[in-house]
Design a protein around this ligand. Structure first.
Ligand code: GTB
Length: 217
């Protein structure tokens, strides 16, 4: 059965692939699962019909028959559980990859989102410069730790996994901040991921929503 996901009708990022439907699209492309997309406006997201799928009135959601999911991490996990390619078969290696999924969403993403929200909501406040310094330091602390662990490896724990997929979507949110510049191995990790054919297809598909052009090929 072809799943249907939801995405922004008009993403504020103008097609940079920063909204959280990107990680779901990428996961589906990695496992070769075709999918449909239903675009929703900000108004529609808050209506009862969408809230029945997503209690917090957000995107992405995932529908597959009578299964309805929200939370991008849970959706990526479901995709990875149902298809080969995103989680190792070996139980210990699988647990390791799942650990990185949680690390991406629970440990690395929060300080990045806190910083992002401050740049949007507090940039005109008198305390902004001081607060940004603190938030930058929190992000740098995590990046330093992640950079040390990744070292010279291609991926976080063996083969590419859903843990890498989520971590890279989290790190991409720092684009334009300059914060990744101090960690060349993390920059290379993101670039290596963006070079994956599945990533490129997902990126083009979400960009096509913004440009109004059908994706090439
Ligand atoms: N924890 C949930 C998950 O992982 O699925 C969070 C979902 C979420 O934050 N959804 C956002 C949303 O629907 C879109 S992704 N927001 C509308 C609302 O809450 O009313 C967050 C996002 C939005 C825009 C950009 N951007 O433009 O760069 C980046 C990320």
């Amino acid at each position: 059965m072809t799943p249907t996901i939801t995405a922004f009708e008009q993403s504020p990022d103008r097609g940079q692939g920063l909204a959280r439907d990107m990680r779901v699209r990428w996961a589906l492309e990695e496992v070769g699962q075709p999918y449909d997309v239903r675009l929703v406006s900000f108004t529609e997201m808050k209506q009862p019909a969408h809230r029945a799928l997503h209690p917090f009135g957000q995107i992405p959601t995932y529908e597959e028959g009578d299964l309805a999911l929200f939370e991008s991490g849970a959706i990526v996990f479901h995709i990875a559980e149902c298809h080969a390619g995103l989680l190792p078969d070996d139980a210990k290696a699988r647990a390791g990859a799942i650990t990185w999924m949680f690390a991406a969403l629970n440990t690395v993403e929060p300080p990045i989102v806190d910083r992002e929200m401050a740049t949007i909501l507090e940039h005109d406040k008198p305390w902004y410069a001081e607060r940004l310094t603190i938030l930058d330091e929190r992000v740098r602390a995590r990046l330093g730790e992640l950079s040390s662990r990744l070292g010279r490896a291609n991926w976080l724990d063996g083969a590419f996994s859903a843990g890498d997929l989520l971590m890279v979507t989290v790190l991409r949110r720092l684009g334009g901040s300059g914060l990744l510049d101090g960690y060349p191995n993390l920059g290379a990790y993101v670039a290596r991921s963006e070079a994956r054919p599945a990533y490129k297809r997902a990126f083009q598909d979400q960009l096509a929503v913004f440009t109004g052009q059908p994706p090439a090929g």
